[in-house]
Design a protein around this ligand. Structure first.
Ligand code: GLY
Length: 357
């Protein structure tokens, strides 16, 4: 069992270990004296884990309400958001009660946003059941929903009071969903931790507890400094600038993890080809990504990706910021011009053309 403590606007623990879902009632009881707990989950996760969580919460003396949403990104929408608020209001859930997000990123983001806004904010706990949620979305307080204009365009920074990551629950994931989350793990190795990058060359499942601890410790250090994402937190976007464009261009048939995997490899290829990073860094990134059965290239053209990237929400004026890795374990910013280059500067067109070679 491992614990990482976040010191952002709230101080809270992320606990990682086997069997935590069955202990969730006692762990929450030690923190929260409320009467009613609302557990939000999706239909897939409910089949595997809802009963044990409800039993554990009831054994700890809570009155438990459950709200099950359909699985998948389409549930991160205004209809499900309002349905959850109505569910709580109709059952007279009060500000001193508690919400629990049992699931992956969709359940966590939706439930967190409902917690941030219901009665102007009630406490919530994240119980992550995917690798992606364990190492990324359950930590750091980004909550929100999608609207037709784009993903995550409505949301709030709102920290949970506790994050539980039961590594046994991860064993129920399909292989491809497990691998998908590993793209974010590789990202942490590339941007911040050469030793983690080396660990990942060995099978991941037997060492998943220490790997998750390492990833969330890196994220914790970043969130502690920049909770509201105005500075260093941007480094968590390594691989995401091209990755988001691929996800969007594919109409989300390419998953987030696959898109980030391609995005990391492509930006490192561009860096090597532009003479800004050694070939070894590109090759090491590409080889590790491939070892996790994740894709390393795309059939989208530079024009297709360019159009999507010029509407990226991280764009600032006529510049777009890429995170680049020169040596595995450390990263830097590279600002590129979206239109014409300033005197010998690099443009988005240059990056994309080299990335796709
Ligand atoms: N997923 C990136 C962040 O939390 O900032």
């Amino acid at each position: 069992m491992k614990t990482v403590t976040v010191n952002a606007s709230k101080t809270y623990d992320i606990v990682i270990g086997e069997g935590l879902l069955s202990e969730s009632g006692a762990r929450i009881r030690a923190l929260h004296p409320c009467k009613t707990v609302v557990v939000v989950t999706d239909d897939n996760v409910a089949k595997f884990h809802l009963t044990k969580v409800v039993q554990s919460l009831e054994a700890a003396g809570y009155n438990v309400l459950t709200h099950v949403i359909p699985h998948g990104e389409t549930s991160k929408c205004r209809e499900q958001y309002f349905a959850l608020l109505d569910f709580m209001a109709e059952r007279r859930v009060t500000r001193s009660d508690l919400l629990v997000a049992l699931g992956g990123g969709v359940v966590g983001d939706l439930t967190g946003f409902a917690a941030a806004t219901y009665l102007r904010g009630i406490d919530f706990v994240q119980m992550s059941t995917t690798v992606l949620a364990a190492v990324d979305s359950s930590v750091g307080g980004k909550t929100g929903i999608d609207i037709p204009a784009g993903k995550n365009l409505v949301g709030a920074f709102y920290q949970p009071i506790l994050v539980l990551c039961d590594t046994k629950a991860l064993e129920t994931l399909p292989e491809s969903v497990y691998d998908d989350g590993c793209a974010e793990i590789i990202k942490y190795g590339c941007i911040a931790d050469k030793e983690l990058f080396e660990w990942l060359k060995a099978p991941i499942r037997p060492q998943i507890e220490r790997v998750i601890e390492r990833c969330v410790s890196i994220k914790r250090d970043i969130v502690d400094q920049d909770e509201r994402d105005t500075g260093i937190r941007v480094i968590l976007n390594f691989g995401h600038t091209i990755g988001h464009a691929i996800e969007k261009a594919s109409n989300f048939t390419i998953t987030h993890g696959q898109a980030v995997a391609i995005g990391m490899v492509l930006i490192e290829n561009a860096m090597f080809r532009l003479g800004l990073a050694p070939k070894e860094t590109f090759e090491a990134t590409r080889d590790l990504v491939a070892a996790y059965r994740l894709p390393v290239k795309t059939s989208f053209t530079s024009d297709e990706l360019y159009d999507t990237m010029t509407t990226d929400k991280k764009r600032s004026g006529d510049r777009l910021r890429f995170i680049v890795v020169k040596e595995i374990g450390a990263c830097e910013y590279l600002d590129v011009a979206v239109g014409e280059a300033q005197e010998g500067g690099i443009t988005l067109r240059n990056v994309l053309e080299e990335a796709l070679q």
